[in-house]
Design a protein around this ligand. Structure first.
Ligand SMILES: [Ca+2]
Ligand SMILES: [Ca+2]
Length: 100
C-alpha cells in the first residue's frame, strides 16, 4: 500500500513541477494551454485559472462592459446573439420588449 501512495505522491510532484513550454501558460490545475488562450474570456484550463489575473483594457465610452470585463459594441447588447463570452450581454434583456 505504501508503495502505491508514494507513486501517487511522485506523480503530483511531477505535474506540479512540470514546466510548460514558453509558448504556453500553466493553469492552476497544471494543464498547459497556448499563451494566446489565456485572457481570451474563455475558460481553457477547465478551472478558469487562465482568465484570472488578466489585465483587460477599459471599455471605451459607449461600449458595453460584460460581466467578465469584455468590451463589446453597444449595438451588440440585447441583439439576440451572445457576444460576451459569458453571455452577459443577453442576460438582462426583456426579449419581449425588444421584439417589434
Ligand atoms: Ca482562456
Ligand atoms: Ca449580443
Amino acid at each position: 500500500m505504501k508503495y502505491i501512495n508514494l507513486n501517487v505522491y511522485y506523480f503530483y510532484l511531477f505535474i506540479e513541477t512540470h514546466v510548460c513550454p514558453t509558448t504556453h501558460f500553466k493553469c492552476a490545475n497544471y494543464f498547459c494551454i497556448p499563451t494566446d488562450k489565456a485572457c481570451d474570456f474563455k475558460d481553457d484550463c477547465g478551472d478558469g485559472s487562465d482568465e484570472l489575473q488578466c489585465k483587460h483594457r477599459e471599455c471605451w465610452h459607449g461600449e458595453f462592459k460584460c460581466k467578465n470585463s469584455e468590451c463589446i459594441r453597444p449595438g451588440y447588447l440585447c441583439d439576440g446573439e451572445v457576444n460576451c463570452a459569458d453571455g452577459s450581454d443577453e442576460e438582462y434583456c426583456e426579449t419581449s420588449e425588444w421584439k417589434i
